[in-house]
Design a protein around this ligand. Sequence first.
Ligand SMILES: [Zn+2]
Length: 139
Amino acid sequence: MAFFGPEMPLPAIGPDTRDFWEACREHRLVVQRCTGCQSFRFAPAPVCFECHSWDYENVESNGVGEVYTWTITHRAIHPAVAQAVPYNTVVVRLLDCGGAMITSNLVGVANEEIRPGMLVRVEWDEIDSDITLPRFRPL
Ligand SMILES: [Zn+2]
């Protein structure tokens, strides 16, 4: 079952995010690593936040992380989330890839059972032929 309704706006694929979304379609979570200073960054961006280099590579994460923080949304501010409230939005700190943090949703756990440091693993929510979204499930 989809996390949100079919009216949910989808991410726009652009030049800076195309590699990420293509990897998601293949069920691979990739994080950019600057080839100048080796720092990781997420979300995908054209320039390194640390050294301003334009050169990077995509590193595949094993998709395991820990809940860094989260929020629970109780009020639907868009028709696509009307059936999903209350729903969680989490920030997951990947255990590899320099601890890069990714914003997503947790599935397979009640909102009141979410805890800081909870170990989670990515899974894939295939929305359409272009967009597959990473979600996370407790280990
Ligand atoms: Zn850099």
